[in-house]
Design a protein around this ligand. Sequence first.
Ligand code: CTP
Length: 410
Amino acid sequence: MQPRSDVLAALRGRSVVLCVTGGISAYKAVEVCRRLVDAGAHVAPVLTDDAQQFVGATTFSALASEPARTSLFAGPEAIPHTRLGQGADLVVVAPATAKVIGKYAHGISDDLVTATLLATRAPVLVAPAMHTEMWEHPAVVDNLALLAARGVHVVPPESGRLAGGDVGAGRLAAPERIVAAAAEVLSRSGDLADLRVVVTAGGTREPIDPVRYIGNRSSGKMGYAIADAAAARGADVVLVTTVHRPVHPRVRVEAVVTADEMAAATLAAAESADVVVMAAAVADFRPKAAAPAKLKKADGVPEIVLEPTPDILRLLGERKRADQYLVGFAAETDDVQENAAAKLAAKRVDLMVGNDVRSEDSGFEVDTNRAVLLDADGGVEEFGLVTKVRLADLILDRVRTPHPRQGAPE
Ligand code: CTP
């Protein structure tokens, strides 16, 4: 689908460093460059030596806003990477080879492209392109996951014809998709800079004895995606979590284990927060008294008496300031919307994310979700299958711009 022209407006007058690395699809970066310039961006191209095996720097110099740079040392400036990195509103790497993704993920800076990537504080968008075998290699998958966790934006490749006549996943995304993604990143960057956001993630563990606990299947992926996205959009983020994964460097992580610990950390952090997102799967019950020593099989089947844990979201709802925005999750197996609406009202939250945890592509452990967003004013927005990373941005969009009233709540 063609991006709407108002989407591209975010590019007008912005400085974009376009890094081109060495793959056959480097020729398509010429089109990316032209479209960025047409949308009103100031484009500074940087080519690696490998890129110049496929396309000449002169071509980019002719189309871009300033001459193409190709070396840390050859140009008139003493330290081009810091000037480029500091002056950029956005850095785009298209195509991004497995090599540059690997170097960037591991902090290796041995040419002008990688030095600029490390020198910049601007958002970075990478558009990978490579053969299917390389795209699917665990090293590349892990490196990209690391970059995504640090807030780097990724335009995934498409499936299609590759160099040498092979067909498969790995073809550079179409130039118009890359340019639309660049505009989207720019329109978002910094839009939450005035907000302090608290996010919870993971499932709590309620001890039975020193080695056993009552837990649940939550992987924390949704909470981490929200914390990453909020930080990338400029928010000051505290993440209260039971699980540990790579996260955006500006997120402050508070590690907890039990519902009690999560309640204490979250309620304390919420006092100065503008937004609280309860994405954690908090145990509803815990053993009344954890055994001080390991329960032994020889002592027979243990009788474990349970008691309720604090309902953190309910407590947050009771204490909510008028200027605070509270987001809850409702993990449901049946009647998602109805049950989510009931929890929204009962816990006095502003936005409830109902998600279907029964289907295989939604809920626990997977990277995707099927969600419905319900707000306290009766707004209802249903999404089909989306990645958790995408859903995080959709939730934060709603936090930034609450939904217009669509009718009274039932
Ligand atoms: N929640 C919480 N504290 C609890 C239990 C849940 O803060 N002790 C929060 C969750 O983080 C989530 C929301 O409440 O944002 C709804 O959680 P969910 O498990 O779907 O619902 P429950 O209220 O626990 O009800 P039930 O398990 O009966 O569906």
